[in-house]
Design a protein. Structure first.
Length: 281
C-alpha cells in the first residue's frame, strides 16, 4: 500500500468516526467564523467520504484524532523502514519520564512532592505527556556488530551511549519524536503546545526529540498562531494540506490565502503525508 492509499484510509477513518456537520457547520470549524465554516465545508467535499452521523464530544474527538493519526504514522513509517532501521514504538499518552532523555524528571518530581519549599522555589510541571510519542528501542551488541565487529564485551569504550542496551541493562526507550494532536486550533492550545515544546527542549539529558504538531484546523490565521516563527516546533502538519490549499483558493479571502502561502513557502506548514518522511530524518 502506498502513502497515497494510506492517506485516503486516514481521511476515511476521520470522516466516519469524527467529522460531522451540524446545522451546516463542520465540527472542526468555528461556527462564529464564516471563513472557517466555508473552508471546512470545501475540504470535506474533496474527501468524498461518508461523514459520522453524530459528532463525538470534544474530548472524545481529540482522543480519536490521536489514535487515528498514530495508526497512520505507524503504518506509513513501516513502509520506509529501510530509511530508518531499528525497532520503533508508536504510542499515545506516554509520560516523558519513561524515556532515556527524561527519566531523571521522575526523581525530580518525587523530590518536589516531598519538599514543599523546593516545589515553591522551582515550580512544577516538568513531566509532560505528549499526545503521540515515537521512540526507539536500544540495540544489542549482536545488532551493532552485524556489518563489522564494532564493540566487544569488556572493553572500556562505548560504555555510555543509550543506544547500546548493555550500557543500560534495564533498557530505556529513546524518545525520537513528540507529536501534539489538536483537532482544532485556538490561541490557548497553541500556547500549551509551545510550553510543552520548551519543556522538552530545556529539561532533556541527551538529544532533543523531533517536536511536531498535527491539526485539522481549517482557518489559516488560526494555524498561524502555532506555525509562524521558529525555535519551539520542528513544523506543523495539516491533516489535509492539498485540500486546504484548494479550499482557501476557492472560498478564502486574500488575507487567508496570503497567510497560508507564507506558512507553506516558509516551510512551517506541511501535509500529514510529509510527517513519516520527516520522522526518518
Amino acid at each position: 500500500m502506498s502513502i497515497f492509499e494510506l492517506r485516503r484510509v486516514y481521511h476515511r477513518n476521520l470522516c466516519s468516526k469524527i467529522l460531522a456537520i451540524k446545522k451546516g457547520v463542520p465540527n472542526n470549524a468555528d461556527s462564529g467564523s464564516k471563513a472557517s465554516v466555508a473552508i471546512a465545508l470545501e475540504i470535506i467535499k474533496r474527501f468524498n467520504f461518508p461523514l459520522a452521523k453524530k459528532a463525538p464530544p470534544g474530548q472524545t474527538a481529540g482522543i480519536l484524532f490521536e489514535q487515528i493519526t498514530k495508526d497512520f504514522l505507524a503504518n506509513s513509517f513501516e513502509l520506509i523502514h529501510h530509511l530508518r532501521p531499528g525497532k520503533w514504538l508508536f504510542a499515545i499518552n506516554q509520560s516523558i519520564s519513561k524515556f532515556e532523555q527524561y527519566e531523571h524528571l521522575a526523581d525530580l518530581q518525587r523530590l518536589l512532592q516531598q519538599k514543599a519549599e523546593l516545589a515553591a522555589a522551582l515550580g512544577g510541571d516538568y513531566i509532560v505527556t505528549p499526545d503521540i510519542t515515537v521512540s526507539r528501542y536500544p540495540v544489542s551488541d549482536e545488532e551493532i556488530n552485524q556489518a563489522t565487529p564494532f564493540v566487544a564485551e569488556g572493553e572500556p569504550i562505548c560504555q555510555y551511549s543509550p543506544l547500546r542496551i548493555s550500557n543500560r541493562p534495564k533498557g530505556c526507550l529513546m524518545l525520537h519524536s513528540s507529536i501534539s494532536c489538536k483537532w482544532t486550533m485556538r490561541s490557548d492550545r497553541a500556547q500549551n503546545i509551545r510550553t510543552e515544546a520548551l519543556n522538552l527542549i530545556r529539561n532533556r539529558k541527551g538529544n532533543t526529540p523531533h517536536i511536531m504538531a498535527v491539526t485539522a484546523e481549517p482557518l489559516p490565521t488560526r494555524l498561524a498562531s502555532l506555525a509562524l516563527g521558529t525555535g519551539d516546533l520542528d513544523c506543523v502538519y495539516h491533516f489535509a494540506l492539498p485540500e486546504l490549499l484548494e479550499a482557501v483558493k476557492k472560498v478564502g479571502g486574500q488575507d487567508q490565502q496570503e497567510m497560508l502561502e507564507a506558512m507553506v513557502k516558509g516551510r512551517r506548514l506541511r501535509d500529514i503525508s510529509d510527517l513519516p518522511l520527516d520522522l526518518a530524518i
